[in-house]
Structure formats: C-alpha cells, structure tokens
Design a binder for this molecule. Structure first.
Ligand code: C2E
Ligand code: MG
Ligand code: MG
Ligand code: MG
Length: 283
C-alpha cells in the first residue's frame, strides 16, 4: 500500500506541497519590504586558526527576523531571492552592512561574505563591491568573497572579469563547500583562491569515516603545496577539531567554537581574546 501511495503522491492535490508553495510565495512577496523594514540582520561566525585558537575571520551570515514567522534561515529565503533576482539588491545591502561592522575590528581580522552567482554576473558588480568598501572605509584586502563551484557552471567572461578585477584590487577569494560539487582542480588552477573551505559533510554526519578523513588530508596537502589555507567547516566537537587539525587543516569553523552571533557579540569575542591573560584572570 505504501508503495502505491508513494507513487501516486504527486498526481493529485497535495496539501504539504501547496503549503510549501504558499510559504514560498509569501516569502517572495515580503522579502523586498523586509530590507526596508529592517527585519534582516547580519550575524557573524568566527573562523579560527587551529594552531593559535585565534579568530582570523568572521563570516557574514544573513538572518531574517520575520514579525510573524520568527527567525528565518538563509537556506529558506536566499534561493527565493536568487529566483526573483532580488539577490542583487539584498547582496549589496549585506556587503555594505557587513563592511560597516568589520571596519571596527582589529586590522588583522578579515570579513568573509558569501556571493551568489547572480550577484557576480550583474552589471557593475565588481565596482559595486569596491564602492561599498570605500563607503565603509574597509580596505579591500580585509574582504574575502566566498563562492561555490556552481559559479563556474556556465563558463562566462563576466565571472572571470569579476574575480580578476577584485583580486587585482586586493580582495581575497575562498572556494566554499568544496567537495560537494564537481571539485574540479581546474578552478583552483585558473582562479586566485587563497582559501578552500572543505564542506561540513566531510566532518560530521553519518557517512564520515576513514575515507572522508583521507579526502580532507588530500585537500589539505594540496592547499599546503599551493600556499592556500584549508578551512574545515562544521566542527561541532573537540574530536572533530583534533581530526581535521591532524589531517592538515589550518583553520576551522563550527559550533564547537561559536555559532553565528550578532555584531556586538562578535566584538566582545575579539576584545576578550585580545585581553592579556592576567587581565582575563583578574576580570
Ligand atoms: P555557507 O556559506 O556554507 O555557511 C555555513 C553554514 O553552516 C551557515 O549556515 C552556518 O551557520 C552553518 N554552520 C556553521 N557551523 C556549523 C556547525 O558546526 N554545524 C552545523 N550543522 N552547521 C554549521 P546558515 O547561516 O544557515 O547559511 C546557510 C547558507 O546560506 C550558507 O552556507 C550560504 O551558502 C548561504 N548564505 C548565508 N548568508 C548569505 C549571504 O549573505 N549571501 C548569500 N548569497 N548566501 C548566504
Ligand atoms: Mg560560506
Ligand atoms: Mg560553506
Ligand atoms: Mg553552504
């Protein structure tokens, strides 16, 4: 019975599907106004040097505090923003906002911002980012743009120009979620990535084991040869930290260190780790 039901599920009215569709339509309709209504906030998650334990970067991660729906995560509304083209406006706002926060951090702490392929292909994209940095007073060398391999699916000049233009201005690039796409070494060769972020599916989850460890080790070795930093994403336990560190990753990110936090908590984390130990004990 279950099999027949499963097979026919989509042939008739499906309440769950229409609920999803309805929610998607609502999100689509409300997202534009959400920016103006100040319902969006940028949170920051630390990326830590695994040798010193120090914060090297904060990744900007957008949150939507919806008046009725509560806290919405980017996986729910970023795809909608991408489908509607709103990602360009939203992305510009995120970069500008995050840069205004990052300018208050110590000079050696960088800001990482995620970019959707559509943002990069928009006309004037590179100039837009540089002028957002200028307005905020953040040097380009303190920005790192995280892109995924999906960016390279349609191999066009806009992408190449964007990356080369910003790299020439001093902006850094990180290849995000590495291992989930084609994991082609061609992109690493062709584009000036300074960092590879190994996807969290290699660190935690049901399929993690000796094989995923060997893959992390191989990527870390490649990174060392090419002078790139290798970041392990999704570190939740001290055992996972030890494993990826032994495998050669130079940096880590995950709930073990911290979740994404509001700007004032990010500032507190930085202030705290920069206090001398004696002051910390006394305080
Ligand atoms: P991402 O760029 O790979 O970001 C890392 C995601 O993993 C974040 O989810 C983060 O909260 C989550 N994460 C970090 N550590 C752990 C951990 O230890 N365990 C687990 N289970 N998760 C962890 P988040 O904030 O929900 O963002 C999801 C995705 O949405 C991001 O993946 C990124 O692709 C996209 N995104 C977020 N903010 C933006 C943005 O401002 N612009 C664009 N274009 N995309 C964004
Ligand atoms: Mg990212
Ligand atoms: Mg990632
Ligand atoms: Mg991701």
């Amino acid at each position: 019975h279950a099999k027949i039901g499963g097979k026919n599920r989509n042939r008739f009215y499906d309440p769950a599907m229409s609920r999803n569709l309805m929610r998607r339509r609502e999100i689509e309709a409300e997202l534009r106004a959400a920016i103006q209504r100040d319902e969006l906030a940028i949170f920051f998650q630390p990326i830590v040097d695994l040798d010193s334990g120090r914060i090297r970067t904060f990744e900007a991660l957008v949150r939507w505090f919806h008046p009725e729906k509560g806290e919405l995560m980017p996986d729910e509304f970023i795809p909608v923003a991408e489908d509607t083209g709103l990602i360009v406006t939203l992305g510009n706002w995120i970069t500008a906002q995050a840069a205004r926060t990052a300018v208050h951090w110590p000079d050696d702490v960088t800001l990482a911002v995620n970019l959707s392929p559509l943002q990069i292909k928009a006309p004037g994209a590179a100039l837009g980012i540089l002028s957002a940095l200028r307005d905020a007073g953040l040097p380009p060398s303190r920005l790192e743009l995280e892109v995924t391999e999906s960016l390279f699916l349609d191999d066009n000049h806009a992408t190449e120009n964007f990356i080369n233009e910003l790299a020439a201005a001093g902006v850094h690039f990180a290849l995000d979620d590495f291992g989930t796409g084609y994991s082609s070494l061609g992109y690493i060769d062709r584009f000036p990535f300074s960092k590879i972020k190994v996807d969290r599916s290699f660190v935690s989850g049901p399929k993690v084991g000796r094989k995923s460890e060997a893959i992390i080790r191989a990527v870390a070795e490649l990174g060392a040869q090419l002078g790139m930093d290798i970041v392990a994403e999704g570190l939740e336990t001290i055992e996972q930290v030890a494993t990826v560190r032994a495998a050669g990753c130079s940096m880590g990110q995950g709930y073990y260190f911290s979740r994404a936090v509001p700007d004032y908590i990010a500032a507190t984390l930085l202030a705290h780790e920069r206090q001398p130990l004696a002051a910390r004990r006394a305080g």
